[in-house]
Design a protein around this ligand. Sequence first.
Ligand code: NAD
Ligand code: IPM
Ligand code: MN
Length: 365
Amino acid sequence: ARSYKITLLPGDGIGPEIMKVAKEVLKMVGQQEGMELAFEEALVGGAAIDEYGNPLPDSSLALCRNSDAVLLAAIGGYKWDNNTAHLRPERGLLGLRAGLGAFANLRPATVLPQLVDASTLKREVVEGVDIMVVRELTGGIYFGQPKGFGVNEAGERTGFNTMIYSVQEIDRIARVAFEMARKRRGRLCSVDKSNVLETSQLWRERVTEIGKEYPDVELSHMYVDNAAMQLIRAPKQFDTIVTGNIFGDILSDEASMLTGSIGMLPSASVGESGPGLFEPVHGSAPDIAGQDKANPLAQVLSAAMMLRYGLNEPAAAQRIEATVFNVLDKGYRTGDIMSAGKTLVGCAQMGDILLHSLSQSTESH
Ligand code: NAD
Ligand code: IPM
Ligand code: MN
């Protein structure tokens, strides 16, 4: 049998609740598709700070590096919000992405027909939306040096960060995005702020240059402020979007609301080699943690992305996705995607329903 080592990082807040569901789903689909899945767990984020005084212990990163794929839930929470930078859960996540070389973050925002009414936008605006945001993940203002706190001429305290992109960083993410657009509907929109930022001027120049290698892909450029507006005004104009780290962070949360809830959005973070990191777009949702209210579907769909993009097991991925559609077809909803006439369920119950439905799925395509 094909066998894989998978590192699970449940993290903080709702992380352990949604990871439990994803793990059970993976176990079952593994049996159905004849895969041997070996799971190992490690601590990252706040949980690792509490246990080891480090949001990304060397042992956790080493375990991830030695696995075939990494499935992360979410990190962060109120408890650690006032910690200094190196003792923040978020630092662990950034270190993990950098440590795995996962520079390309694929964030699909697909409006499922079952959830059109869960969106806060009108049916005719969101129906049929299918966007792929390709976010640069290990550069830009998140990682640029210098950064820190200082004092200005007037003696006031300051905080500063550096937004920086190199040609190599832009070229490689552009290639990922063009390849993605080519497999989709052949249109790529590069989002930047080149009317103001030098990093964006270089970004636009390089994306245009790389575009010459992809004459079959129709390339356009848009300023990020306009893109934020266009995503709400007419989201169907977008196919694939490529953008830098911070713009991609913001635009992907925005795009999530087209689909009904951020609780539905999975992502894949991949590099040139080594295991990929698969993670929901949402965070640790501390406001609902421990209440069995979390939507586990973004996590479960991230596990499907792991099978498809990380382990090259498309049949297993498709089986999970079909199960999610099936459960939504039957009307089961967590609170975040609830609408009139549907059946409200908690996180664990959604897990049981998924397993039941998966156990009845027979063929794979
Ligand atoms: P968040 O995504 O955690 O939550 C935003 C809102 O969406 C909350 O009201 C939350 O209840 C809701 N929500 C999110 N996921 C949900 C789900 N699966 N089901 C139902 N509702 C869901 O963002 P935030 O509140 O800005 O951040 C909380 C913490 O998470 C912070 O510490 C932040 O740094 C961290 N964070 C981590 C990641 C990650 O680990 N990848 C991503 C984003 C934020
Ligand atoms: C995300 C999160 C992270 C990011 C934080 C928690 C570091 O918001 O995965 O979208 O900004 O990348
Ligand atoms: Mn984010």
